[in-house]
Design a protein around this ligand. Structure first.
Ligand code: ATR
Length: 277
């Protein structure tokens, strides 16, 4: 397998990551001789050196390294620079390019469903995922409002992107067309939690949760009950991965298949979990 292209993911922990199964299924379907592995680094710089030395063609970057990896890149694309986080590294003959496909993955999934241009969209959270969402809404011609539990962090993000801020405790008065949750609240194993009281959801026409495990979070269930349209996080996850594959191979990835593989794997894992109980 001398010509096989090696890709991977840097993060910690990675035991639950769906990226390897999704990427490997995509390469198989594309007939592309590639293999995607996990790198759980002790030392991030050592892994980055190894990527250069072993000619690893590309890596995904996930928690908690998306910001730290930015300073270790040779080049950055304008999206990564503006968002301040790198989820994709591309090895171009030993020079590492850092880019960000999270914002694109999100906007590709929602732009055909909801009108963003000229609309106000509440973005819940103030971490890296929130930055990608705020950036995406801006680029699409919408007005993001940052809503966050910790005021200082939310205000900083809002100031940086020139948008409004409201503390989470005041979400009941937000006047916005849609809501995007970028916090991890509601993610396994805390499926019984929601970041927003149900009574505050009626104001939104639509609610997007970037959490994809479980796909149907408590937030989305309650949003449906209040009459909101809902979108889970699987589409964004698939799209950000498909955009990575496009950067690394120059080819369009099989998004439908990738989605089916992710859904199947989530189902399989939840069944295994139920059997454990
Ligand atoms: P990421 O880079 O993935 O976005 P992060 O930087 O850890 O992750 O940011 C997580 C976001 O989720 C933060 O905005 C955090 O709010 P604080 O700034 O107040 O910490 C938010 N968050 C996490 N747990 C939360 C909870 N239980 N309720 C409300 N917000 C929460």
């Amino acid at each position: 397998m001398a010509d096989q292209a090696i890709f991977g993911i840097i993060g910690n922990p990675l035991a639950h990551s769906l990226s390897p199964v999704m990427h490997n299924a995509a390469y198989r379907e594309m007939g592309f001789n590639g293999h995607y592995v996990t790198f759980e680094p002790g030392n991030l710089r050592d892994i980055i050196d190894m990527i250069r030395e072993r000619n690893i063609r590309g890596v995904s970057v996930t928690l908690p390294f998306k910001e730290a990896v930015l300073d270790l890149m040779d080049d950055l694309d304008s999206n990564a620079l503006r968002i301040g986080s790198v989820n994709t590294v591309t090895n171009r003959n030993g020079r590492l390019l850092g880019s960000n496909t999270d914002w694109l993955g999100l906007i590709q999934d929602i732009r055909d469903r909801f009108e963003i241009m000229g609309k106000t969209v509440a973005v819940l959270g103030a971490g890296g995922a929130a930055r990608a969402a705020v950036y995406a809404i801006h680029l699409e011609g919408g007005s993001p409002v940052v809503v966050n539990r910790t005021a200082a962090r939310g205000e900083n993000l809002a100031t940086e992107f020139g948008c409004a801020f409201l503390p989470l405790s005041e979400i009941g008065v937000v006047d916005a067309s849609g809501l995007i949750n970028t916090t991890p609240v509601g993610m396994m194993p805390h499926e019984d939690e929601s970041p927003v009281p149900a009574r505050a959801l009626r104001r939104f026409g639509w609610v997007v949760d970037i959490v994809y495990n479980p796909p149907f979070t408590r937030l989305l269930k309650e949003a449906r009950e209040k009459g909101c349209k809902t979108v889970d996080g699987i589409g964004m996850f698939v799209n950000q991965g498909a955009e990575q594959i496009r950067l690394w191979t120059g080819k369009e990835a099989p998004r439908g298949l990738m989605r089916r593989v992710v859904e199947e794997e989530l189902r399989r894992r939840s069944e295994v979990k139920d059997q454990d109980v």
